[in-house]
Write a protein that binds this ligand. Structure first.
Ligand SMILES: Nc1nc2c(ncn2[C@@H]2O[C@H](COP(=O)(O)OP(=O)(O)OP(=O)(O)O)[C@@H](O)[C@H]2O)c(=O)[nH]1
Ligand SMILES: [Mg+2]
Length: 490
């Protein structure tokens, strides 16, 4: 019946697919079927439409698909009278390697690349509009089949949907341009370039909260930290001044749930964003105050702990420097003044007076409320404390005051919860919150924190170089990149 062979037919998506057969006589009628794939079901007769045409030219019969799709691949049958022939059709994808979504830091060059099955004319589009080469846009073809679009020093406005089209087939991908952190914008051009170079190997948004717990010795700083971590305080010992206890937890930014280190083994949900929260618990003994100065910073939230059951009188800051200081008011003065050294606000007196709030933010925690037995005395104590604060020149650092007992965690459960909520709220005001950083810088930051937690408060430059190397800083540039990293961190 048939005089032609039935070899497998190959074509590329978008091309015309031509199926042909020849029969030995002009009055033989031919029908085309597509194998239904699901076994036991009858083959489906092919019906013509605007994309598919069936016809004949003498003894030659044909079926044409104008624009083949990958889904046109399969087994086809051609039937003449009671003779049936089968052959396979394979429609290959045009894009052997399609475009991939890209996330990039502003200022960094970015390329979209794809590999196609055959050399052909291509066109690039951004958000549906054709794009052409320009001073910041390079379009090239490598080895005939690899097409590449490069955006030099990407800007915010480059964000969008990019596509490359061959005939009617296209491959699309999104470009997401991340903002360069403000701190990096303010760095020297040299440091900025090093940052951008490091950013090329991948960046991530870093949400990090550093909470500094400061205050007089024995007021319950470590106990407060334990309570915030949902732990008991049975074995709390006076914190040794040289040690800064760094306790970490994670906060799910969507649900605002706090995940404590004991639960770190539970797999985090990769679709959700977490903030790392590090608590630095300082020793309260005065001998160590000088050391503490080295560790305080602008980019932190301060918990200033006072034992509300103690006496407090108000002395001037000058008195305190010259004389012994041992009353609550004096400690509040001392710490607020110290924290104020790290303000980013304008330091002149007028600006301080007119500012609504000063940074860094401070939460004052009055502990030991259980030691004041009478309810009315508690109220009086809290009122006098507020009175001290009311006229304090640096009071605008203080966002909230909480009064509680570390010994009665159930009674003051809401207070502990409120402190946690407030910490997360304030974190968003911290200048480096949500910065996009090179991934290896984030890893190095975590490594340095864990060294501090192990008691290695002073890390030599050589040790830092070793840590950076362990965090995949490239050997060739390790020294300069570490210096830029340290510039960003200060
Ligand atoms: N009654 C009472 N005792 C408390 C409270 N908070 C802490 N304490 C006790 O005060 C003592 C000192 O507590 P810590 O938490 O070690 O105080 P700290 O401020 O960390 O002390 P340093 O590390 O030496 O600066 C411990 O015996 C605690 O049990 C509180 O709210 N009420
Ligand atoms: Mg302590």
């Amino acid at each position: 019946m048939f005089t032609s062979n039935f070899e497998p037919i190959y074509c590329i998506e978008g091309e015309k697919l031509n199926l042909k057969c020849t029969v030995y006589s002009e009055d033989i009628y031919v029908e085309w079927f597509r194998n239904n794939e699901e076994r036991f079901k009858a083959n489906k007769k092919i019906i013509t439409n605007e994309n598919i045409s069936i016809g004949r030219d003498g003894r030659q019969h044909f079926m044409t698909v104008q624009c083949a799709k990958v889904t046109d691949s399969g087994q086809y049958n051609v039937v003449a009278a009671n003779v049936e022939k089968q052959f396979s059709v394979i429609v290959k994808v045009m894009f052997k390697r399609p475009l991939e979504n890209k996330t990039i830091m502003e200022g960094v060059d970015v390329s979209f690349e794809c590999e196609v099955e055959k050399a052909d004319h291509v066109a690039w589009f951004k958000d549906g509009d054709r794009v052409y080469p320009s001073s910041r846009l390079k379009i090239e073809t490598l080895d005939n089949t690899v097409h590449k679009l490069t955006i030099l020093q990407s800007k915010f406005e480059d964000e969008g949907k990019y596509s490359m089209r061959i005939s009617d087939i296209s491959s699309c991908a999104e470009l997401d341009v991340k903002e360069m952190p403000d701190a990096v914008k303010q760095m020297s051009e040299y440091d900025r370039n090093i940052f951008l170079e490091a950013a090329k190997s991948g960046t991530a948004v870093r949400y990090y909260i550093r909470v500094m717990i400061v205050g007089q010795s024995g007021v319950g700083k470590t106990s407060l930290l334990r309570r915030l971590m949902n732990k008991d305080i049975k074995d709390v010992q006076s914190t040794d001044g040289i040690n800064i206890e760094v306790k970490t937890c994670r906060i799910n930014l969507k649900t605002e749930e706090w995940i404590f280190s004991s639960d770190f083994s539970k797999t985090p949900n990769h679709n959700e964003q977490y903030a790392d929260c590090g608590f630095w618990d300082f020793a309260g003994q005065e001998d160590f105050y000088a050391t503490h100065q080295t560790f305080l910073s602008t980019n932190a939230i301060y918990l200033l702990v006072v034992d509300i059951s103690q006496d407090f009188t108000k002395k001037s800051y000058q008195d305190m420097i010259e004389n012994e200081y041992d009353r609550i008011g004096e400690y509040v003065d001392f710490w607020l003044d110290n924290i104020h050294c790290y303000t980013l606000n304008d330091r002149n007196e007028d600006s301080i007076n007119t500012a609504e709030f000063l940074n860094p933010p401070v939460l004052i925690i009055g502990t030991g409320i259980d030691k004041i037995l009478e309810e009315k005395d508690r109220g009086k104590k809290i009122d006098s404390f507020h009175a001290i604060l009311r006229n304090h020149p640096k009071r605008k650092h203080n966002r909230h005051s909480y009064f509680l007992s570390n010994h009665e965690p159930f009674e003051y459960k809401t207070e502990f919860e409120n402190i946690r909520t407030q910490i997360l709220k304030l974190a968003a005001e911290i200048p480096k919150w949500g910065d996009n950083l090179p991934t290896r810088w984030i890893i190095l930051e975590k490594e340095i924190d864990s060294q501090i937690d192990k008691g290695n408060l002073i890390i030599s430059y050589e040790e830092a170089m070793k840590l950076a190397e362990d965090c995949s800083f490239p050997i060739k540039v390790i020294d300069s990149e570490l210096k830029s990293f340290l510039t960003y961190e200060t």
